[in-house]
Each structure stands twice: as structure tokens, then as C-alpha cells.
Design a binder for this molecule. Structure first.
Ligand code: UD1
Length: 361
């Protein structure tokens, strides 16, 4: 059976690694890895391949940045040729990025079976490009691998045939479990040396268009971080999208206790998460990683497609009201931290479950 895996953006790489590793154990499977090139910087892509032990992609479509339509269309045009040449039996697509939906559309038209890893997540907010990508991908997929029972419920509610849905757990946590020991050794790495003097710190990531694209919102988040940094140092690895906006929007300068860095590698960022007093983010994956690690997380969004991280985990949705963010951060720094648990099947074997299900096809 020939399986083609399609990845393109940073959060895809941690998800494909455990699935490829598990599939490599099965002699029936032949694998091909396609990188769309949606993310192309060394720090957004190459370093992840090295640290995660991923093979060099068999094919790189080198699409780069562009508007949503441009990026999606370029991936479709270039990926269609690949599918025609490779003739896979199954395409696996990951998460909710533009590369995911573009590859799914191509395969649906060429009658190639599609498996969606991380299916069923819904924020209910169609202004988010990722929500559109999730809805379309799940609608086209033949096999839907969900990370948590809410995913199954959402899909069933949308009329997806139960037979197609498989609750397998969280592949991102597979990678975390495997690499946590290596991450813990990174504390003295070159990238983190400058932070080793901090006993306590708050870790921040922001890149959602709804938070960073407009001056008013981004300005008020940065000003809240400035105020918070009077109490605790802040470490802020800046996503390229956010860096561009900070440079072009002419905002209040960041205080010296907000320490900005380039995007960090997987291991360095994981090392920072394990020791953080608090994480403030708008990322999807970081809501999950902090829940696994038991680190308090404040999510600067009005909704989340990962409600289990709030119901069981350490995540609190603070929305886009900066007073709420500030007050919730103070509570946590005062030691008022909510109880949390790791969701079922978030233990490191999701990739193996996916490979076993594919083997029955
Ligand atoms: C994408 C995903 C988002 C995911 C995020 C993780 C979509 C719709 N969004 O958002 O779900 O959480 O990746 O990072 O697919 N850029 C660089 N170098 C790179 C990549 C991007 O400088 O290697 C810059 C470009 O200016 C680009 C901008 O970042 O225009 C945004 O990149 P893009 O891939 O379009 O979306 P992300 O915001 O990264």
C-alpha cells in the first residue's frame, strides 16, 4: 500500500513524525513524504525535520507565502502532478493549515482515499481560516482520526458516517512524550542560555490574524505584556507574521523585561514550556502541550477547537479582553491554579493506532 503524507506548516511536522515512524514498522506500507513549502524558513521548517528525526521530504512543492487563495491554489496545481505520478493508495493530511485542505481537494478529485489526522475539531468560528480548512477537509476525508471524543461528537453531528471515525488520541502528544527527555537537556542550549538566569517566567506566543493583524488589538496585547512584565519576565519567541506586524504597525515599544527571540526549535520551545510559570498563547497545539505538561495556559481567543484542554486540562480561554488576560495571569502568579488531568489516549501511542487502522483497509 502506498501512503503519501502531506505537510507544509510548522504544526504539521510534530504530527506526521509519529505516524511515519509507526507506518515504517509495517512492511506492507510504502511511504512518500511531500512538503508543500508553505513554511520555508530554516527556523520554521528545517530545524523541525532535524529534531523530530523526519526523513528529508521526497518532494518539496516550494509554494512559499501568498494570500490564502494563491497559496492553496499553488499547492493544488503542484500536488496534482505529484499524485498523478505517484499513484498513492492513501493520502494522509494533518491538522488544519492551508496545505491540509489543498491536498485533500486534489485527492478527492483524483479519487485517492484521504485520511485526516486531527479530524473533528471545531471552534465554531468561520472567520478563522483554520476552521474553514477543518470543515472542508473533514467533509472530503474517507477516514477521520480524532484526538478526543468532542471530535467524534462534532463529526457525527455533521452527519459523518460513524464507520469512518476513529478515536486514536493525540499524535502531537506522541512526539512530546518521545522528545521530552531530550528537551529537558536543552536548558543550557545556546538559544536558551540567555534565559537560564530566570527562576520564573511567562512564555508567550501569538500569531493568529485576529490578534496580530490589526494595530489596535496587537497594541493592546503588547501593552498588557509590558504591564505584566513588571511582575514576571516574559519570553516571547516571535512568529514571522507577528514580527512583520510589530515592525510595520508603529506600536508602543516593548519593555526590557519582554524578551523577544526568533522562532525557537521544537526542543528549545518545549524546554521553555516545561519550566514556565504561565504560558500565554493563541496557538492550538500549545493549548494541548501545556495540558499534558500541567502548565497553566491562558488562551487569547474567544473560542477554541480544543475544548478538552479547558474541561480537563490547564487551559483557560480569556478571550480578547485585556483586563481578563491581566487578571487571570495575576491569579495564576498568586498560586491559584486550576486542577487538571491529561485527557485519555494522550499518552504516546496515537501514531501506532493510526498505522494499525490503516493496515485493516
Ligand atoms: C499557518 C497556519 C496556522 C498555524 C501556523 C503555525 C494556515 C491558514 N495557517 O499560519 O494554522 O497555526 O501556520 O505557524 O495555514 N512566513 C515566513 N517564513 C515562513 C513562513 C511564513 O516569513 O517560513 C511569513 C510570511 O510573511 C507569511 C506569514 O509568515 O506571509 C504567514 O505565513 P502562513 O503560512 O501564510 O500562515 P501562518 O500565519 O504561519
Amino acid at each position: 500500500m502506498k501512503i503519501i503524507h502531506v505537510v507544509g506548516a510548522r504544526p504539521n511536522f510534530m504530527k506526521v513524525a509519529p505516524v511515519m515512524a509507526a507506518c515504517a514498522e509495517n512492511k506492507r506500507f510504502e511511504q512518500c513524504l511531500v512538503h508543500t513549502g508553505q513554511h520555508y524558513d530554516e527556523k520554521m521548517s528545517d530545524i523541525f525535520f532535524q529534531e523530530l528525526g523526519l526523513p528529508i521530504p521526497d518532494i518539496n512543492l516550494e509554494v512559499g507565502s501568498g494570500s490564502h487563495a494563491e497559496q492553496t491554489a499553488k499547492i493544488m496545481i503542484r500536488f496534482e502532478e505529484v499524485v498523478q505520478q505517484q499513484q498513492p493508495d492513501l493520502a494522509l493530511v494533518y491538522g488544519d493549515v492551508n496545505s491540509t485542505v489543498a491536498a485533500a481537494l486534489v485527492c478527492a478529485k483524483l479519487n485517492v482515499k484521504i485520511g485526516h489526522v486531527e479530524a473533528g475539531l471545531r471552534s465554531g468560528d468561520r472567520t478563522m481560516p483554520e476552521e474553514v480548512n477543518r470543515l472542508v477537509t473533514d467533509c472530503l476525508a474517507d477516514i477521520l482520526f480524532t484526538p478526543s471524543p468532542d471530535g467524534d461528537r462534532n463529526l457525527i453531528g455533521e452527519g459523518v458516517d460513524k464507520q469512518k471515525i476513529h478515536l486514536v488520541g493525540n499524535v502531537m502528544i506522541d512526539t512530546l512524550v518521545r522528545l521530552l527527555p531530550s528537551a529537558k537537556e536543552r536548558w543550557r542550549s545556546e538559544a536558551l542560555e540567555q534565559f537560564s538566569r530566570f527562576d520564573r517566567y511567562c512564555l508567550v506566543t501569538l500569531h493568529r490574524p485576529s490578534n496580530v493583524d490589526e494595530a489596535k488589538m496587537l497594541g493592546s496585547i503588547l501593552s498588557t505584556l509590558n504591564t505584566l512584565s513588571l511582575r514576571i519576565p516574559i519570553i516571547f519567541p516571535i512568529h514571522p507574521r507577528t514580527r512583520d506586524r510589530v515592525q510595520t504597525l508603529n506600536l508602543e515599544p516593548l519593555s526590557p523585561d519582554v524578551h523577544c527571540t526568533e522562532p525557537l526549535s521544537y526542543l528549545d520551545f518545549l524546554a521553555l514550556q516545561t519550566r514556565a510559570a504561565l504560558v500565554i498563547t493563541d496557538s492550538g497545539g500549545i493549548q494541548e502541550e501545556t495540558t499534558y505538561l500541567g502548565i497553566p495556559c491562558l488562551t487569547v481567543r474567544e473560542n477554541t477547537e480544543r475544548p478538552i484542554t479547558m474541561e480537563m486540562g490547564t487551559n483557560i480561554l480569556v478571550g480578547q479582553n485585556m483586563d481578563d488576560l491581566y487578571n487571570a495571569a495575576q491569579e495564576i502568579l498568586d498560586g491559584n491554579v486550576k486542577d487538571s488531568e491529561i485527557p485519555p489516549l494522550w499518552e504516546g501511542n496515537a501514531g501506532k493506532r493510526i498505522a494499525d487502522i490503516i493496515d485493516t483497509l
